[in-house]
Ligand binder design. Sequence first.
Ligand code: NAD
Length: 267
Amino acid sequence: MKGLQGKTAIVTGASSGIGQAIAVRLAAEGCNVVINYRSDAEGAEATAQQAHEGATAAGYPSQTLKVQADVSQVADIKQLFDTAIATFGRLDILVNNAGIQMEAASHEVSPEDFDKVINVNLRGAYLCARAAIQQFLQQSQPGSIINVSSVHEVIPRPQYISYSISKGGMGNLTRTLALEYARQGIRVNAIAPGATETPINDDWVDDPQQEAIVNRHIPLGRPGTPEEMAAATAFLLCDEATYITGQTLYIDGGLTLYADFREPWSA
Ligand code: NAD
């Protein structure tokens, strides 16, 4: 895709799932990719290997760098950005992908568990965006940010109150930063995946019966793949999307189309 070659990208939570696919895709588009991971060093190494294979096949000399950092920790974020910038000399792209979810009835969620999810999904995303924007402003060329949100940016999610709030907040994080830094040429967008085949969904991925139940709710009749999320991310970051900012792109097989309205309710 136009304009991605030679850029430097940080992808948080890139040792599995959507983050892994995004890191691999960006490397195949010619980006140098910083693979952030929290604890899964093996997953990060798998990402690096796939990224290398993809870049080689595409004929790009993309490099990768694995950096362990917990995005809920301020000191870790500083170390992540310092290491990335010291290695590649610049930063062009941040993908805020790291995310967790915890299930419990809303009246029973402990304050500690609530904070845990918000601290990774929303506060972590903001603090990484803050560090990226500080670097973008020091450079001659502005950069671009993608927040990995969710259909739960707009669809309420009972039993997952902290996740629901974090993704709702991510919509406003995207729009607020987009507006605040548009004059400097910094673009901020979000992708909002629907049900996607990744480890976060291991309660139904690899269970055909459970997956059939999930599929019934999706107008296109199947879950999304991490690669489909990565393709949309690459598009929003590339030079075909230079007039797009502050938007959330729903990549959800129609999940946000109110599937209950597929048939008329009454004659
Ligand atoms: P996943 O569990 O494979 O990926 C989440 C990644 O975040 C993991 O690699 C994990 O190690 C990392 N992570 C968690 N806490 C972290 C921390 N404190 N610091 C750094 N990294 C951390 O699942 P996924 O589906 O690939 O999720 C990626 C993103 O996509 C998440 O933000 C998730 O909310 C979002 N999403 C997923 C779906 C889906 O159906 N899979 C749908 C909508 C949105």
